[in-house]
Design a protein around this ligand. Structure first.
Ligand SMILES: NC(=O)c1ccc[n+]([C@@H]2O[C@H](COP(=O)([O-])OP(=O)(O)OC[C@H]3O[C@@H](n4cnc5c(N)ncnc54)[C@H](OP(=O)(O)O)[C@@H]3O)[C@@H](O)[C@H]2O)c1
Length: 258
């Protein structure tokens, strides 16, 4: 299914997966509204899409700020029309430290990764309910499935997204609104650029975006990819702590965010 003639909003579109998602949707003749904090990057993306014959507009917001997020998405709705597809993709990842606990960074991860999704949904949901149609998407992570040592803050912020989206999907079942949770494994973006270990089944961001858009066309409830990473995470869920400690604890502090 193509997204031609639809209106999509993508948060966190100033780099990585969000940037590629916006371009992929625009290439299908979908009008795309892009949101993030870096205005210059958003403007460059809009120019690139327009130069390729697509339709796009941008608005700046820090998605951890409720009012900013609503205002940015509402202004894009006013420019582009009623929103058919929201992809709440903005995210940050930092290791979790013990001595001391890095409270500021953990708070920030929950505000951006979890509340940022809820705020973006709040901005589009009333009109979707009124129209009896729409598609809400959150880019979570495979990290939602396992509390990894040195990553408990990031993993918890993503697990919360999965549960929020699960409940919402069931609540919206009879309201004509689809809900998809996207859980990628390792994707080559600025977020993972700092990783010092060999990331298994690493995908390029443009390939990841193409896979995500295809899954959204199929209205998948939860899209875990690549399948090899999904299988590994399921198996890891059964593994005893001593084994996970042996495999993962050596990587603590080496940034396992995905
Ligand atoms: N790369 C991976 O391996 C991987 C795997 C699984 C899941 N994910 C998830 O995929 C999503 C995209 O990540 P990425 O890999 O593409 O990383 P990225 O290249 O670092 O992009 C992150 C995006 O989020 C935006 N963002 C960060 N903080 C924000 C804030 N406070 N307000 C608004 N926007 C904010 C950034 O824009 P500004 O800095 O301009 O605001 C940027 O556009 C994230 O949710 C991430 O957790 C990534």
């Amino acid at each position: 299914m193509s997204f031609a003639n639809q209106v999509a909003i993508v948060t966190g579109a100033s780099s990585g997966i969000g940037w590629e998602l916006a371009k992929t949707l625009a290439a299908q003749q979908c009008a795309v509204g892009v949101v993030a904090r870096r205005k210059d990057r958003l403007e460059a993306l809009v120019e690139e899409i327009q130069a390729a014959g697509g339709k796009a507009a941008c608005a700046v917001a820090d998605v951890s700020e409720h009012a900013q997020t609503l205002a940015a998405i509402h202004s894009l709705r006013d420019q582009l029309g009623p929103v058919d597809l929201l992809i709440a993709n903005s995210g940050v990842g930092m290791p979790t430290t013990l001595e001391p606990i890095n409270i500021d960074e953990i708070e920030m991860m929950f505000k951006v990764n979890t509340l940022g999704v809820v705020y973006a949904i709040e901005a589009v949901l009333p009109e979707m309910l009124q129209r009896g149609q729409g598609h809400l998407v959150a880019v979570s992570s495979m990290a939602a499935y396992l509390g990894m040592p040195g990553e408990s803050g990031y993993c918890a912020s993503k697990a919360a997204v999965n549960y929020y989206m699960d409940g919402l999907r069931i609540q919206l079942r009879r309201r004509g609104i689809h809900v998809t949770t996207v859980c990628p494994g390792f994707i080559e973006t600025p977020m993972t650029a700092a990783n010092t270990f060999k990331m298994p089944w690493l995908l390029k961001a443009d390939r990841a975006a193409a896979m995500i858009v295809k899954a959204l066309g199929r209205k998948k409830k939860v899209y875990n990819f690549p399948w090899q990473m999904s299988l590994l995470m399921k198996l890891a869920g059964w593994a005893p702590d001593w084994l996970l400690e042996r495999i993962l604890a050596g990587k603590a502090g080496k940034r396992l965010e995905m």
